[in-house]
Design a binder for this molecule. Structure first.
Ligand SMILES: [Zn+2]
Length: 698
């Protein structure tokens, strides 16, 4: 799971690839960004962002970020801004520049740069897209029309299978195809890649859109049905109202069979190995032999089925729903999933529904920005390779690696010193640290795009072939030894991620930049800012999430029940602490919902502090701008959380996100003893906690 909340705009995504199109793309955000990019002439904490009129012990977030909060305004096309978004803007500006350069470079066809150019230009050629109309889809629509029976339907459904879901790394549980494939280290044999099958079949973002009560959701469903009809009409179909009604009814029935997002996130419910025979026995209805033949998976003996009940339910619907309805559903899904690269009438209708109605975004982003988003999505490693050559020098990588080593050794000492953890559990925790792969900046090996054909005059084909390219790549490696050093984020992404099945962490180059990380900044600032992020991700390796996966990445609970009981008691105190936070008078932070992330914040900050002091090697820390080393460390941590959000966006985050709102993440410091001495925090100040009330977990 990533370090940062998913953007609320994510909800717009309705298919993995089209997330890049429907969501305002990276570049779009760069264009409209407030220009508060980190200054290059100062290194370390940003004094201008402080509000020193506030006592650190009363409101540490205001103290660390008050100056910044006063200066910044949220632009009209955004729900929030923060230090992270400013950094994302910088990264995006650079990415845009690289893609535009590539587009003008006349690079050889077939080279990575040539592919970047061809993909970008194919999307920008609007007049060609208008001229072609629905021609690129025609062969596919003809095949759907030619389906004569449920056996052929099963094969056609199998042909739609793509590797477009990801249950644990970049967590995406949505595919509009009937099912989705995820190829990842096996739950039971983590040395080899295994095929996971996930529920699918919906165009709207989640089952809740189909089943939830309330006028708002009912209204969205009615508008969705009108939208389905309009899309079919624009594509030349007759009887579109009746077809739309049947399609939406079928999706509603599929949604009834889906399990909820919360249940999806429970790996213990997901570890279900089904042989070929199990599919027919446990999920009758769909002709599974034909389905797997269509998917090119006839030889695969077994799969891990993430949501067995959904497979049973969806398969039964294939039998009980009419062939014509399924054919309409297939045709509509194809057109809908590609509407953004079809003529304007279809693209606009698509935006009117997904942009305006589902997300309240009034305006479509400029076309070039969407084009950059597509390239960044489909050729992410090709762009990333150029990105790191230009913006991530080897010295930065080496300095970050040294920090990671110090923080890992801090964790080792902390685990060894724990009084509550059983010796065998400690040994497994240390083993997890030994095998942990920490990727810094970019992967050791880059994705090879040579089998991906990109044509400058064929945006539909480019996206279609990208889906097949990814699918063949993933299917081909089922059963092969895993590459634990493989990355799941591109270097130009401002985020960090823990990959539990690989026992690996990725810290992309784009987050290893000022203000989080600056090789020229004092160690205090680097450990406080990026060091605490690194510590946060490492701690997930050992928490309730990490306790489900052992040092080899296998699903195995390696904690004793006594360890777990102690952990739960200690962390209940932290949950209670966060329950007291009220971002609005009528809304409290949910301590339970945010617990895992809050534990990681406390643990990460503690380990980063130890790592910082180790790095000083008993020398006194240099002061800067009148701040001691420890003060700089904590201020740098607090400045990670400079953020402003609109009320609606802030409320949505409190209700739906596993991360606490930024201002309370800054207050993590109140659990750390050295913070009290650094700022002389005294009883009576608002954040003061008596020593027994400070939560120590690791
Ligand atoms: Zn986290």
């Amino acid at each position: 799971m990533g370090f940062l909340p998913k953007s609320s705009e994510f909800i717009l995504a309705h298919a993995a690839i089209f997330a890049l199109i429907a969501v305002p793309p990276l570049a779009a955000q760069a264009q409209n960004a407030p220009t508060d990019a980190p200054k290059q002439d100062t290194h370390g904490i940003v004094v201008a962002n402080l509000d020193t009129s506030v006592k650190p012990g009363d409101d540490f977030n205001e103290y660390a970020n008050g100056g910044w909060i006063k200066r910044m305004e949220i632009p009209p096309d955004r729900g929030n801004i923060g230090v992270f978004t400013a950094l994302a803007d910088l990264s995006n500006k650079r990415t845009v520049g690289l893609i535009e350069e590539a587009a003008k470079a006349n690079a050889p066809v077939g080279s990575n740069t040539g592919k970047i150019a061809a993909l970008y230009n194919s999307y920008m050629n609007e007049s060609l897209i208008e001229t072609k109309g629905l021609t690129p889809l025609r062969p596919h629509l003809d095949s759907i029309a030619a389906i004569h029976n449920k056996r052929e339907l099963a094969r056609a459904l199998g042909q739609t299978l793509r590797s477009d879901v990801d249950a644990l790394n970049n967590t995406n549980f949505h595919t509009s195809n009937l099912f989705g494939l995820w190829v990842a280290p096996g739950f039971n044999d983590s040395e080899r890649y295994a095929p996971y099958l996930l529920q699918g079949g919906l165009e709207l973002p989640d089952r809740e859109y189909y089943v939830a009560a309330g006028d708002g959701m009912r209204d969205i469903r009615a508008k969705y049905q009108t939208h389905v009809s309009t899309i079919l009409k624009l594509a030349g179909y007759s009887d579109t109202d009746a077809r739309a009604q049947r399609i939406v009814e079928l999706e509603g029935a599929i949604a009834e069979k889906h399990i909820s997002l919360a249940d999806n996130e429970d790996v213990h419910k997901a570890n279900n190995t089904w042989t070929k025979a199990d599919f027919t026995a446990k999920a009758p209805g769909l002709d599974w032999g034909e389905y797997f033949r269509g998917a090119g998976l006839s030889k695969q003996a077994s799969f891990i089925v993430w949501q067995p009940s959904a497979f049973t339910g969806e398969s039964a619907l294939v039998a009980s729903t009419s062939l014509d309805t399924w054919k309409d559903w297939l045709a509509f899904h194809l057109i809908e999933d590609y509407a953004n690269v079809l003529p304007k009438a279809l693209a606009n209708e698509h935006f009117d529904f997904y942009g305006k109605i589902l997300s309240g975004t009034p305006e479509q982003r400029p076309r070039w920005q969407i084009g950059v988003g597509i390239v960044d999505g489909l050729l992410g490693d090709a762009v990333g390779q150029i990105y790191v050559q230009r913006y991530f020098p080897p010295e930065a990588k080496a300095a970050a690696q040294a920090m990671v080593a110090n923080i890992i050794s801090a964790f080792r000492k902390r685990i060894e010193a724990l009084s509550w953890m059983d010796a065998t559990t400690k040994a497994e925790a240390q083993a997890k640290l030994t095998t942990l792969y920490v990727g810094i900046g970019y992967p050791d090996t880059w994705r090879d795009y040579s089998a991906y054909e990109v044509k400058a005059d064929d945006i539909f084909g480019n996206i279609w072939r990208s889906g097949l390219f990814d699918y063949s790549h993933d299917v081909a490696r089922i059963g092969l030894p895993i590459d634990r050093k493989e990355w799941s984020m591109t270097p130009q992404t401002v985020n960090a991620v823990n990959l539990p099945l690989q026992n690996a962490l990725n810290f992309p180059a784009a987050i290893l930049q000022p203000p989080f990380f600056d090789p020229q900044a004092p160690a205090a600032a680097n450990y406080g800012a990026i060091g605490s992020v690194i510590g946060h991700e490492i701690s997930h390796t050992f928490d309730t999430e990490g306790s489900a996966f052992d040092s080899k990445g296998r699903v195995r609970n390696w904690w004793t029940s006594a360890d777990l009981a102690h952990f739960n008691a200690a962390t209940a105190k932290l949950a209670a602490q966060y329950d007291t936070y009220k971002p609005f008078p009528d809304l409290s932070v949910n301590g339970k919902q945010t617990l895992a992330e809050n534990i990681a914040d406390v643990a990460g900050l503690s380990a980063a502090y130890d790592g910082y002091h180790d790095s000083l090697a008993n020398k006194a820390a240099p002061a800067q701008d009148g701040f001691t080393g420890d003060q700089q460390f904590f201020i740098a941590f607090g400045q990670n959380w400079g953020r402003k959000a609109r009320e609606a966006a802030a409320r949505q985050q409190v209700m739906t996100d596993p991360h606490a709102p930024a201002q309370f993440r800054a207050d993590t410091v109140r659990n750390i003893d050295p913070w009290y001495s650094a700022f002389n925090v005294q009883p009576g100040e608002k954040l003061y906690l008596a020593p027994p009330d400070r939560v120590r977990i690791w």
